[in-house]
Design a protein around this ligand. Structure first.
Ligand SMILES: CC(C)(COP(=O)(O)OP(=O)(O)OC[C@H]1O[C@@H](n2cnc3c(N)ncnc32)[C@H](O)[C@@H]1OP(=O)(O)O)[C@@H](O)C(=O)NCCC(=O)NCCS
Length: 242
């Protein structure tokens, strides 16, 4: 597994948007090539990771992000750097100037996702499912009443899948917004059609009614996953109400 050209592959592609799957299995050859692409700040961050595998996940995802952003933005790796918004959401800079590139990254275990889209405000999330947890108990502190009702009505592996489906949908939304968990996940709920099983829906945060998002469930057998991005309501001619 050391002679691969790339450790990422296209996973979902539609129109302007692309999501790459990043293979985060241990691979010293890829890790060495990835590390060489990181700048001083990123290498210093890589050095600070203590949790097993965390440095590898960061380096492989960040280097894949760098290579693909350079390709999309027409710049060299040296010209590319990252800035961070208030709650840590990264944005790309070319020669120190912020670019409008819209991307987001998620990694868990041996899988990573990197999303790109034209729309600003993109969030992607990937969650490995861990069986046998107290899903109703955990759900009672992070989910809203409609989500909790749906969760308690499910049993066995359906409950596990629903728990991680809701989790990835909600995390994609708070990553699209850029707040991360500084916004409590109890302050909003997955749209009703998606609670009932629809794969996608429009969404508005109750405290931000002017912002419309598109939310999609991208889960598959290996992991739960979701994407959310902000829609420009004027361009899209959308007039729904929350
Ligand atoms: C954003 C957040 C939900 C990501 O959690 P995570 O378990 O690391 O999840 P993921 O693997 O899905 O995402 C990690 C990636 O998201 C991106 N990211 C980091 N902060 C982000 C934010 N605020 N919004 C969107 N994306 C963010 C980064 O690219 C990061 O990958 P990298 O570190 O390799 O560059 C979490 O870090 C968070 O809540 N941050 C905000 C914390 C905060 O402000 N807390 C205040 C007190 S509660």
């Amino acid at each position: 597994m050391t002679d691969r050209d790339t450790w990422w592959t296209p996973w979902r592609e539609a129109g302007d948007s692309l999501i790459l799957h990043v293979d985060l299995r241990p691979d010293p050859g890829c890790e060495e090539r990835a590390l060489a692409l990181l700048d001083d700040d990123e290498q210093a961050r890589w050095n600070r990771f203590t949790v097993e595998g965390a440095g590898r996940r960061f380096a492989l995802c960040r280097a894949a992000l760098r290579i693909n952003l350079c390709d999309r933005l027409g710049c060299s790796n040296r010209e590319l750097s990252f800035g961070y918004l208030e709650h840590g959401k990264p944005f790309a800079k070319i020669n120190g100037v912020p670019s409008s590139a819209s991307f987001n990254v998620s990694h868990s275990g041996r899988h990573g996702l990197i999303g790109f889209t034209k729309q600003e405000g993109l969030g992607v999330d990937l969650e490995l499912r861990a069986p046998g947890r107290d899903f109703d108990g955990i759900g009672s502190s992070v989910y809203g009443p409609r989500e909790r009702r749906a969760l308690s009505a499910a049993a066995g592996s359906d409950k596990e899948h629903l728990f991680y489906r809701f989790w990835s949908l909600k995390e994609a939304l708070i990553k699209a917004l850029g707040t991360g968990f500084s916004l409590s996940p109890t302050r909003f709920e997955v749209p009703q059609p998606m609670i009932e099983g629809e794969p996608s829906a429009l969404f508005r945060f109750p405290h931000l009614p002017a912002n419309l998002f598109w939310l999609e469930d991208l889960g598959e057998s290996r992991f739960a996953a979701a994407r959310a991005y902000r829609l420009n309501t004027e361009d899209a001619g959308l007039t729904d109400t929350p």
